[in-house]
Design a protein around this ligand. Structure first.
Ligand code: AMP
Length: 399
């Protein structure tokens, strides 16, 4: 069979990330992003297998112009064997339990989910509609951040509020980062020589956004994010869990509006808020090494909250085959892994310090001390998972 390529698109409101994934190459043939769309500073940045970064100014470009500018790059990089386009879609509500070929019905269902993800789904829809216009002959697939978590049992996904809010307004826990948790859960089983369908994992996706997940036999049983990606862990700029009465408290004491409170909790909190310095773990580690107290506290809060979340997720597991760290922080920060594992002796966890120090910069490996439950570092690859889902759906079509 000829090698098949899939273009993976991840559209934000002002950005468009892309990767051309080939079955034959471990690295993308082409990857990059258009940034600051619809502004005078729009720029398209990309790199090919040689990793040399290139860029082109596209002042004022919108999603359509950016995708059009991408076409010749895709063709040059191997687009003649392009078989389909895979789109990351943030919210699939309760309609989508897995990746789906896009047709009019799918588009309508994604549109119906906009109230649950008013910032993200409209941008995802824009990307899909533009790609459908520019590539009318190619099949397009939607891969949802929420879909993997649709296997959570009701006692894990319902909030303890009256049922009508769930029934009439879809207020429940959905969870996000599903594509990443699913990918690293499968890779953890492969790496350990276990069957995906007979293995139990706790996964921690730690990037700018952070979440944990309990995976049993290849299915999500619980996850730390909820109705929105604000619930759960402390993150780069997001607070994660706070007392829900904080909203009322700030409104009463400071006279703040809902918009101001949401901005505080989503964009000014987390590592940035605690440290007063940065949302970037690298900068905080450096500041900590120079004795910066708020940066040290931010890392301690981050790690303690992560450990608490993993312990909570363990309630969903019949047994533990291992804990997986992934995402920019999970894959690179030996400090965060060590500080969080130190809080979990009751799960029997213990680190091998040398292995922990070695597993950085894209390495896959086990970092647990001998005789203790597996602790794995597994780089995530959401683009590859989206490309695999796209090809699997195409293969399942009648020819
Ligand atoms: P992501 O959203 O997955 O790209 O992850 C972004 C986060 O990973 C940021 O907080 C980065 O500071 C963090 N990160 C990336 N490289 C390192 C590193 N070498 N050490 C610590 N944190 C890192």
């Amino acid at each position: 069979m000829a090698t098949r390529n899939v273009l993976v698109i991840n559209c934000g409101s002002s950005s468009l990330k892309f990767a051309l994934i080939s079955q034959a190459h471990p690295q993308p043939l082409l990857a990059g992003q258009a940034e600051r769309l619809n502004s005078p500073e729009t720029v398209l940045r990309w790199w090919r297998g040689d990793r040399i970064r290139r860029q082109r100014e596209l002042p004022g470009a919108d999603h359509r112009i950016a995708l059009q500018a991408l076409l010749p790059l895709v063709e040059e990089a191997g687009g003649d064997r392009l078989y389909g386009i895979g789109h990351r879609v943030v919210h699939g509500g309760e309609q989508f339990t897995q990746s789906t070929l896009i047709d009019a019905q799918t588009l309508a269902a994604i549109r119906a989910t906009v109230p649950l993800a008013p910032l993200h789904n409209p941008a995802n829809l824009l990307g899909i509609e533009t790609a459908m216009q520019l590539f009318p002959d190619l099949p397009q697939v939607a891969v949802f951040d929420t879909a993997f978590h649709q296997s959570m049992p009701e006692h894990a996904y319902r909030y303890a509020i009256p049922e009508r809010f769930y029934r009439d307004h879809g207020v429940r826990r959905y969870g996000f980062h599903g594509t990443s948790h699913r990918y690293v859960g499968q890779r953890a089983a492969e790496f350990s020589g276990l069957a995906v369908g007979d293995s139990c994992w706790l996964t921690a996706h730690l990037g700018n956004g952070c979440s944990t997940c309990a995976i049993v036999d290849g299915q999500s049983r619980d996850t730390s994010m909820g109705l929105t990606p604000l619930e759960g862990l402390a993150m780069g700029t997001r607070s994660g869990d706070v007392d829900p009465n904080l909203h009322g408290h700030l409104a009463r004491v400071l006279g703040w509006s809902l918009t101001e409170i949401e901005h505080l909790l989503n964009s000014e909190s987390g590592l940035l808020g605690l440290s007063g310095l940065s949302n970037d773990m690298r900068s905080l580690e450096q500041a900590r090494s120079q004795g910066h107290r708020p940066a040290t506290l931010a890392i301690e809060v981050f790690c303690y909250r992560l450990a608490k979340s993993l312990a909570a997720m363990s309630c969903a597991l019949p047994r533990l085959d291992g804990v997986v760290f992934t995402g920019g922080i999970g894959e690179n920060s030996a400090l965060v892994r060590a500080r969080s594992v130190a809080h979990l002796p009751l799960l029997g966890l213990a680190l091998d310090e040398a292995a922990n120090a070695r597993c950085v910069g894209g390495a896959t490996g086990a970092i647990n001390a001998p005789g203790h439950p597996r602790l794995l570092v597994i780089p995530t690859n959401e683009e590859k998972q989206i490309a695999q889902d796209t090809l699997a759906l195409l293969d399942a079509q009648p020819h």
